[in-house]
Ligand binder design. Sequence first.
Ligand SMILES: Nc1ncnc2c1ncn2[C@@H]1O[C@H](COP(=O)(O)OP(=O)(O)OP(=O)(O)O)[C@@H](O)[C@H]1O
Ligand SMILES: [Mg+2]
Length: 463
Amino acid sequence: MSGKRERLLLALTVSALIDEGDEAGAARAITEAALDGLGVERCGVWRMADDGRSMRCTHLCDRAAGPDADPHRDTLDLALSADAFPRYFAALARERAIVADDAPRHPATAEFAHGYLDGLGITSLLDCPIRQHGRMVGILCAEHRGPPRTWTAADVTFLASLADLFGRALTAAERRDYRQRLEALNAALEERVAERTAELRAALDYLDKARHHLVEREKLAALGQLVAGVAHEINTPVGVIVTATSHCQGLLGELRTAQAAGTLSRSRFEDALAELDDGLAMALRNAERAATLVESFKRTAADQTHDVRSRFDLGQVLADVLAALQPLLRRRGVRTELSVTPGIACDSYAGSLAQVLTNLVMNAAVHAWPEGAAGGAIAIRAGQEGPRAWLRVEDDGAGMAPEVLRKAFEPFFTTARTRGGTGLGLSIVRTLVEQTLGGEIRIDSTPGGGCRVEVRFPRRAPG
Ligand SMILES: Nc1ncnc2c1ncn2[C@@H]1O[C@H](COP(=O)(O)OP(=O)(O)OP(=O)(O)O)[C@@H](O)[C@H]1O
Ligand SMILES: [Mg+2]
């Protein structure tokens, strides 16, 4: 290959135009190199249709118009079909290159003699296939004017090299197209993700508000339930008080009338006194019951705010509470066993904790064993897990039926109303554990299988 052609090929090979994916730019540079390297006036790039049955000229470089005119044209109305030029298309499919020194008479190109070659003054044609991914996708066509020319093997090799370079440019263009489409797709995807994220965030906001609303409603409902329960509970003793005192009042009136009339007998007086005694005792008992209920109710609501936060040793507080409960427990024949990891430091509400333990221990003492049945034992254990502490109160008594377990935390639910139970104990315990200590509570119990209550809470109370 001549030095000039080598230089032209080298310049193109290293040129950014080829690998940048600029198809039109590559077509300009390659056709121009063909003109310079082969010494021809005209060179075109033809692209084959996908079905291989037609071709269209996508770029043409023709210097016939003179050195000052731009020889390049991109928009052309030149097309060839296999139906109109069957021999040419057959030759393209067969040959490595079409080398037509005498184009009007060459078997592959004679079809172009009239109307194309004669019109343009073309005498010799050299066509090399442009390949991409091993498939012919077009041709690079050098056209010679003037006396017929004999194409040399070097001419063919040179144009074939240029056609290969154009194939490389097409692959780069394809890659650029893919990349641009991918980028567009990516951008669209990012936009959709952003949209979806915004939608999800809005949905979350909505849910959060709805949840907040529900919690507020739930709190109000719980409060309403509590108030209704208190009213109902207090109504009973108050009703008895009203009945008993009005009965006593009536009796006193009768006595006064009889005494004034001088008809009051000694025995009637004695009976009336006994009746008054009974009535007042009944009123007092019920007044006490009402007072206890009010006290319990106050504990539910008020104690949480009255308890002061302090630093304490968990084992110490639990031991103190149990010591205070011993007289009561002894009377019921119930033993306690305390086992606590020493040195569990808490910064929390010792009063609430004491109330929790008292309720749980008293529950076991009251509900686990039939009254008077000695020998019950309550195990109290406590420990620490990093920043959290746990407290377990366990008895091996009667346990709870599933429906009792389900309702155990409900305010005023009790199976011991006749024995003075208010049903507020566990409800208070749960409120204290969750709201004051910032922990959680669970009960495991089966009928006949004892009862195990576990409380877990942070050693450092929230807030
Ligand atoms: N250790 C236990 N063993 C068996 N049943 C229990 C135990 N602890 C609680 N219960 C059941 O749970 C119910 C509710 O307990 P809660 O402490 O709330 O109320 P109470 O003990 O009945 O009344 P109060 O505590 O207000 O005096 C009890 O009535 C009882 O049926
Ligand atoms: Mg109780």
